[in-house]
Design a protein around this ligand. Structure first.
Ligand code: GDP
Length: 657
């Protein structure tokens, strides 16, 4: 049986949840479709999701269509979580993008489509709600081809749209529309169609369509209603025929990725792994990047709405894996999937989290361990601890995420937390070159280590690159490791306290004193270098070099897309500019004006709050990370959480030797 990892994506309210229930029902995986309106769906699990009617955390549901075993991986729809959407997209073989036949292409639909294309995920479009009053399937199809996807092609049409008896008719595979689209991307097919029409057989067209969908050139569009079920059968056939993945390499090297980590109620960790190549067996020893190999103790797969145990899982499948106690989301199992080097947009915001009773130290400890668990399940939740001020902060993508984290802490860990005001997370880029060194036992170096470092700018987004400018044999390897680790740790807080990005550090000097022992054989730490000497000296040398090189503080800037009534453009432009934003373009989207611009990420929430007043309650705002730009105005500093190697005296007092 072929397995297909499928995602359904949609603008909130387009009908993703209802469509999921209908597909499950049609496939016989559930007895009756749950209703969003009655709060009885099978895929929205968290209480908060039910309360808000949105899906936040991905879940997997399995069903079969013909000979295809579909793993439906639920993807969140809220724009705060686009990064989580992207993480899930990386494991998909294909996606269905749901668009409402009434509301049409929304700003969020475009954000999702852009993400799908960026990651090369084959996509079908489902124009839902054709039964609803005001449905305009033809207009929406035009919006899709004009605004979203030039390669979109209708696979059928809706009759009686806008009424409860709306029906859907599927087009003949060899119809003119499809031929027209397919020949656009296939010259040989075009030539044959003109010169040898007999060679253009239905089976050739079917294969060509499948290939072009797989290559991301063509996006078939289906019509229907998740509520009445009209057209959902055609969509299901389309999923099985057109999104069916190419056969996976089961005999090849093992390749997989951890895309979700869960803890069972009793604390056991379960890693959800998407297999791209090879086979994984119970009792295999598996090493995740840079960690000790662990033995797999159990494997389970999703099948027919249930989870079943297996002795092995193969390329193409998704498995729940027991035994990988160190697993984190994003970890590669075996060799990486070829070409899978996607970087997620970094979180742009952070907030300090306190227990509701700030004086309760036990509550603070519980909060810390709960947040650490959350961060382990979700690498996009960054946790930062400031021991000096006894503060915990988490990184965020948007304000709604605070609510989600608060609700998860309360329901899953019994911890009640409050959040302070959200602040922007900046980065520091190196702008020049600087160098420094200190020689072993030469004043003012109190450490038994020689360390020299040069700091230079590296490509933006490349983080920290460490190089050796000295002979590898000049010191025991453990000392080099200590220097490199200290360099990476220290650069988490640059001259202004922000993470340093785009930085090449070269070790230019090295030296140590070999292990000395007293005549009676005991080790003499006053005469022998230790890894600790290198670890403690490195931050002082590095900061001296970094100070000479200089850094610039940059803030995250979001791309904003605002749909608004024409007569509100002036007011919205003024608000955008007042907040430090820059308009980039204006255009039309259906009956509305579409304004795009750039805005510092820290101001997006203010704009969001003003928008209803500025647009009579009708404006729609969608944002995504665009780039970093130098901070304008006063440069913000972030309080340090380390021993402050910028202040030599204070540093030496704190670390001692
Ligand atoms: P989601 O936010 O994308 O998951 O959308 P839901 O499935 O929660 O649907 C949003 C609302 O639209 C609910 O009130 C559904 O009952 C309704 N809805 C969804 N699909 C259809 C449809 O095909 N026809 C009609 N008439 N209503 C629908």
């Amino acid at each position: 049986m072929t397995s297909l990892n499928l995602g359904i994506l949609a603008h909130v309210d387009a009908g993703k949840t209802s469509l999921t229930e209908r597909l499950l029902y049609d496939a016989g995986a559930i007895d009756r479709p749950g209703s969003v309106d009655a709060g009885t769906t099978h895929t929205d699990t968290l209480a908060l999701e039910r309360a808000r009617g949105i899906t936040i955390r991905s879940a997997v549901v399995a069903f079969t269509i013909g000979d295809v075993a579909v793993n439906l991986i639920d993807t969140p729809g809220h724009s705060d979580f686009i990064a989580e959407v992207e993480r899930v997209l990386g494991v998909l073989d294909g996606a269905v993008l749901v668009v409402s036949a009434v509301e049409g292409v929304q700003a969020q639909t475009r954000v999702l489509m852009r993400a799908l294309q960026r990651l090369g995920v084959p996509t079908l479009v489902f124009v839902n709600k054709v039964d609803r009053l005001g449905a305009r399937p033809d207009g929406v199809l035009k919006e899709i081809t004009d605004l979203l996807l030039p390669g979109a092609v209708a696979m059928g049409e809706a009759a009686g749209a806008g009424t409860r008896d709306a029906k859907v008719r599927r087009y003949d595979a060899a119809g003119p529309r499809l031929l027209d689209t397919l020949t656009r991307y296939d010259d040989r097919l075009l030539a044959d169609w003109v010169e040898h029409p007999a060679r253009v057989t239905p089976s050739r067209l079917a294969t060509t369509l499948q290939d072009q969908v797989r290559a991301g050139l063509v996006q078939p569009v289906f019509f229907g209603s998740a509520i009445s079920g009209a057209g959902v059968g055609d969509l299901a056939d389309g999923i099985a025929e057109l999104l069916r993945p190419a056969p996976a390499d089961i005999a090849g090297p093992t390749s997989g990725v951890v895309f979700k980590v869960e803890r069972q109620p009793e604390g056991t960790k379960v890693a959800h792994v998407r297999m791209f190549g090879g086979t994984l067996r119970v009792r295999d020893r598996v090493a995740l990047a840079g960690r000790e190999p662990a033995r797999l103790t159990a494997l389970q797969v999703y099948a027919d709405g249930r989870v079943t145990s297996r002795a092995e899982v193969v390329a193409g499948e998704i498995a729940q894996v027991w035994g990988l106690t160190e697993a984190r989301v994003g970890d590669v199992v075996g060799v990486p999937k070829p070409g899978a080097q996607h970087r997620f947009a970094p979180p742009a915001l952070e907030t300090v989290v306190d227990p509701v009773d700030a004086a309760d130290t036990a509550a603070r400890a519980r909060l810390h361990s709960a947040l650490a668990r959350l961060a382990e399940q979700d690498p996009l939740i960054g946790l930062r601890q400031d021991d000096v001020r006894r503060e915990l902060s988490v990184s965020l993508y948007g304000e709604v995420q605070k609510e989600v984290i608060a609700a998860t802490l309360a329901s899953e860990y019994g911890v009640r937390a409050t959040f302070r005001e959200t602040t922007t997370v900046c980065v520091e880029r190196v702008i020049g070159t600087g160098a420094a060194y200190q020689v072993i036992a030469v004043d003012p170096n109190p450490f038994l280590a020689t360390v020299g470092l040069r700091v230079e700018p590296g490509p933006p987004g490349s983080g920290v690159t460490f190089r050796l400018g000295v002979e590898l044999g000049s010191m025991p390897p453990a000392f080099f490791v200590a220097v490199e680790q200290a360099v990476r740790e220290t650069l988490r807080e640059g001259l202004h306290g922000w993470v340093v990005d785009g930085c090449v550090v070269t070790m230019t000097h090295s030296g140590y004193w070999a292990r000395q022992s007293h005549s009676h054989g005991s080790f003499d730490a006053s005469m022998s270098s230790t890894a600790g000497d290198f670890r403690t000296l490195t931050p002082l040398v590095l900061m001296a070099a970094l100070r000479e090189a200089g850094t610039r503080v940059l803030e995250p800037v979001s791309r904003v897309e605002i749909e608004l009534p024409d007569d509100c453009l002036g007011a919205v432009l003024a608000a955008l500019t007042r907040l430090g934003g820059v308009p980039v373009d204006t255009g039309r989207r259906g009956p509305s004006t579409l304004l795009t611009g750039h805005l510092p990420a820290g101001r997006v929430h203010s704009l969001q709050q003003q928008l209803p007043t500025l647009t009579h309650g009708t404006g729609v705002l969608v944002t995504e990370f665009a780039h970093y730009a130098p901070v304008r105005g006063p440069v913000p500093d972030r309080a340090r959480t380390d021993h402050n190697p910028l202040d030599r005296q204070e540093y030496l007092r704190r670390v001692g030797r």
